[in-house]
Design a protein around this ligand. Structure first.
Ligand code: URA
Length: 435
């Protein structure tokens, strides 16, 4: 086979056979196909798309390109939750412990943040002492003992995705439905869980800007997961505004604790209740969503979900007293407020602009080798539909320097929409697929 012929076929809108996809992914993994030809192929896929069969074949080949985790030494149903990426999305820190407190087993492998979206690994590493690099046997032991462990994704999981994602990132080919579906689902399949709940984000801060696109992506991923023998379902949820109030690693841990202690922001809490309930249903521990929500509310109300997070943090070497007293978490030295430029209602605070502001403050990384400031970030003081007078503070920024705060404020204000009429709030859960 020749890569030239595969590029040509896709450029003309043809359908790649299973043999061609298999040959392609083994070449990607072995590093025998030059980047310039892979980039051309990615662009052809971006414009021509892929059929469902091609997408499933691509996913399976990418999943098999490295180690396939075997979680069978852990008894019980292992369920994973995956979000397609957002700003201020700390749900993994919340729904994992809630679901674990309800009896679901969570053996989760997470990634770092890149660009304007954050990653669970960075958030957890802001807890002093906590390790995300845990040997396999110890990882299993922690899940058996506490119900949950979250570790960094091993370097040998899905090497083909690593290579293709890095190329997509620099060739403007990230926002392709089949490529996103194959990238997400190959990692989930390789990570070995029995069931997968997808949180497909839609809105200004997400890859999917419309409900139609989000629905197509969700259906594609649900079909792929189910086709591979893993029970898979999806919620499509709003990501026009950042999720919750806090953006930035330690700040997001502190907000996760607020939710687990029953004092969380309303929309974030509601999303976490629904996601955790979905995981309980997928694990077969409740007949339906209503019954699962009762279990979720008991786990939250009794404090068991919070204690589960504390036990996981301790087991992974972290200082859980930082969860009891979040003021012990790292905090950047300079704090500045951002003020409302004119009176009115907050019509929107673009999630991507907030993510980029957090990056300016030092909370994110532009390239994978950048270091991050765990104590940097944003606390939003207003949300969509709130009114504010001119000069009223709408956000608090934390950073290492005044200059970074100034740049962060500029970015944040660039994403702020103000209206004279009170705007409608979008529903949080836009659609459910398979649950
Ligand atoms: N998240 C992934 O892991 N891959 C994508 O392509 C997009 C989001």
């Amino acid at each position: 086979m020749r890569i030239y012929d595969i590029i040509h076929k896709k450029r003309e809108g043809g359908e790649l056979s299973q043999a061609e996809i298999q040959w392609l992914i083994s070449g990607v993994t072995a590093g025998t196909i030059p980047d310039y030809q892979l980039s051309a192929l990615l662009m052809a896929i971006f414009f021509r798309g892929m059929t469902r069969e091609e997408t499933v074949n691509l996913t399976m080949e990418m999943a098999r390109s490295g180690d396939m985790a075997d979680l069978s030494p852990i008894s019980g149903v292992k369920v994973d939750k995956h979000s397609t990426g957002g700003v201020g999305d700390k749900t993994s820190l919340i729904v994992g412990p809630i679901a674990a407190a309800c009896g679901v087993r969570i053996a989760k492998m997470s990634g770092r943040g890149l660009g304007h979206t954050g990653g669970t690994v960075d958030k957890l590493e802001s807890i002093p002492g906590l390790s995300m690099d845990i040997p396999r046997e110890r990882f299993f032991q922690i899940v058996r003992e506490t119900g949950i462990a979250i570790v960094g994704q091993s370097g040998s999981l899905c090497p083909a995705d690593k290579k293709l994602y890095a190329l997509r990132d620099v060739t403007a080919t990230v926002e392709s439905l089949p490529l996103i579906a194959a990238s997400v689902m190959s990692k989930k399949l390789a990570a070995g869980t029995d069931a997968i709940l997808l949180d497909v984000k839609m809105g200004s801060g997400a890859f999917m800007k419309t409900l139609d696109e989000a629905r197509e992506l969700a259906r594609l991923m649900v079909d792929t997961g189910n086709g591979a023998g893993r029970r898979t379902a999806a919620l499509i949820t709003d990501m026009d505004m950042p999720l919750g109030r806090n953006i930035g690693n330690a700040l997001e841990v502190a907000e996760a604790v607020e939710v687990l202690r029953g004092r969380g922001e309303e929309r974030l809490t509601e999303l976490c209740r629904q996601l955790a309930a979905g995981m309980v249903v997928l694990a077969g521990l409740a007949e339906d969503n209503a019954q699962a929500l009762e279990q979720v509310d008991r786990a939250l109300g009794s404090g068991e979900a919070f204690r589960t997070l504390c036990r996981m943090v301790e087991a992974q070497g972290g200082d859980s007293s930082c969860l009891e007293e979040p003021e012990k978490l790292p905090v950047a030295p300079v704090c500045r407020e951002v003020f409302m430029p004119e009176s009115g209602y907050i019509a929107g605070l673009n999630a991507e602009a907030c993510g980029l502001a957090a990056m300016e403050l030092g909370a994110g990384r532009e390239t994978k080798d950048d270091s991050i400031d765990y104590g940097a970030g944003i606390i939003l003081l207003k949300s969509k539909g709130d009114s504010a007078g001119k000069g009223e503070p709408i956000a608090r920024l934390y950073s290492e320097t005044e200059e970074r705060c100034r740049r962060g404020a500029e970015r944040l204000l660039g994403g702020l929409g103000i209206t004279k009429e009170r705007p409608q709030k979008e529903p949080l859960i836009l659609e459910r697929i398979g649950i």
